[in-house]
Design a protein around this ligand. Structure first.
Ligand SMILES: Cc1cc2nc3c(=O)[nH]c(=O)nc-3n(C[C@H](O)[C@H](O)[C@H](O)COP(=O)(O)OP(=O)(O)OC[C@H]3O[C@@H](n4cnc5c(N)ncnc54)[C@H](O)[C@@H]3O)c2cc1C
Length: 414
């Protein structure tokens, strides 16, 4: 039976970053996953490191948008009718957290963590030999109508308060940035401090390789076997029982499978999302992620081709895929960018693990000694993985965390 200082359960970008930061502090660490490293949610995302995020995605505030979702015409959201009663309490809490004052409060609370997002990735990429994945080319959001662009005033005000640079562009100036786009939009906003990666899986695997180079071990095992033995935590792995003085749960959308049996009930829901890869026609290309804001999809250049990701789908985590949002957005997407054939046949489905206030839980698990949580990173798990890893490792090592961990405590849910 092996013994370690810490067991990290879940080898997505969050768990791998936690494990690496613990190993950097000289702890003996085992990273346990039942699947391959970084192959779940952390594989298929849009690759954006959203260092300049101001507001989280919000519940629709105008009736028109809500009706489009209700009548299943919206690109940005879909739902399974049979799932709505189960997710309704969460949706109501999400709607309450989407009031303008609450959004402004969230923006203030999350800023210290987000402001470190790009720098923390860059530091890990440098030591992991992974900087070739990084593009510091910003993020472009395009707006087809006046109304949606006009609704950004509050976001611009908050961005100014935080000294976040942004450029509002007319069509011509936006096309100068991305010449393959077509002028089907009236306005664009360029966020220069956002970064992106060309292969999120490659990034997570590079961090895992660095972790093992520092002496960390990776094991295959089922996190649901976690139990206490004396004052230690034990998990069963393919190589036998593994004991750890401390344990970190970083299971992304699967966290409730383990938390519920431990008596920890948190309002974690999921927003499912899909991706497909396209070839570009002719010499067309993109230099950065582009969000078609009203239509509700994103296109981003990846090693595999142009990756199109969809917005949120409210459905049971394990329900069969229903990628209907592609049909809703594809005609408009083809107007904006010359998408060619599919680069592969796969339609990928992932689940964003989300708390209703759009903040992750990072810190001690309530009521369980030596158990830590790094879960609920929603639309921003890639962005916040390394910053989360640093923060939780600093707390576990008894150091002063680089930013105030209070907004991320699980106890905020009462
Ligand atoms: C369509 C889409 C686009 C996105 N775009 C972005 C983006 O551009 N930028 C951004 O920052 N974020 C984005 N996200 C969000 C981001 O991908 C997630 O927040 C992030 O990947 C979550 O990472 P994680 O490590 O918490 O979870 P995961 O990557 O899911 O890792 C959890 C791990 O736990 C393991 N596991 C589960 N159950 C068990 C068990 N019983 N035993 C052992 N192991 C287990 C899994 O195998 C998995 O490896 C996007 C998400 C989606 C769906």
């Amino acid at each position: 039976m092996a013994r370690t200082d810490a067991i990290v359960l879940g080898a997505g970008i969050v768990g791998v970053s936690v494990a690496l930061h613990l190993a950097k502090r000289g702890m003996s660490v085992a990273l346990v996953d039942r699947a391959g490293i970084g192959e779940q949610t952390s594989y298929g995302n849009a690759g954006i490191i959203e260092g300049n995020t101001v507001f989280p995605p919000a519940f629709p505030s105008d009736l028109g948008a809500l009706l489009r979702v209700a009548f299943k015409r919206a690109g940005e959201a879909n739902y399974h009718l049979s799932f709505l009663p189960r997710v309704m309490p969460w949706l109501l809490a999400f709607r309450a957290a989407s009031q303008p004052q609450r959004l402004a409060e969230t923006a203030r609370l999350i800023r210290p963590l987000f402001s470190r997002a790009v720098a923390e990735h860059e530091a890990l990429m440098t030591e992991a030999g992974a900087t070739h994945f990084l593009r510091k080319t910003g993020w472009l959001k395009v707006y087809r109508g006046e109304k949606s662009f006009a609704s950004l005033t509050a976001e611009f005000d908050v961005a100014a308060k935080f000294n976040l640079p942004l450029q509002t562009l007319d069509t011509t100036r936006a096309l100068a940035l991305e010449p393959s786009l077509r002028p089907v939009f009236a306005h664009a906003v360029f966020w220069p401090q956002a970064a992106s990666v060309s292969n999120p899986l490659g990034v997570t695997q590079a961090y895992a390789k660095r972790f093992t180079a520092l002496g960390g071990i990776t094991l295959v095992g089922d996190a649901r076997s976690l139990h206490r033995t004396g004052n230690r935590w034990r998990v069963e792995t393919d190589e036998g029982a593994l004991d750890g003085a401390e344990c970190v749960i970083a299971l992304g959308p699967w966290a409730p499978d383990l938390l519920r049996p431990l008596g920890i009930v948190l309002p974690l829901a999921i927003k499912r999302g899909y991706h497909r890869h396209f070839r570009a026609q002719g010499n067309a290309g993109l230099s950065r992620p582009v969000l078609d804001a009203e239509v509700g999809y994103l296109i981003t250049p990846m090693e595999q081709g142009i990756r199109m990701t969809t917005g949120a789908e409210f459905a049971a985590r394990d329900a069969a895929p229903t990628p209907v949002q592609f049909d809703r957005v594809l005609p408009a997407a083809r107007q904006l960018f010359p998408l060619g054939e599919f680069a592969d046949a796969n339609i990928w489905l992932g689940s964003r693990p989300c708390f209703p206030d759009s903040r992750p839980v990072i810190g001690r698990a309530p009521g369980q000694a030596n158990l830590w949580l790094a879960i609920g990173h929603a639309h921003w798990g890639l962005t916040l993985g390394p910053a989360t890893g640093r923060m939780i490792a600093e707390m576990m090592a008894g150091e002063t965390p680089f930013c105030d961990p209070a907004p991320y405590r699980a106890e905020r849910f009462g």
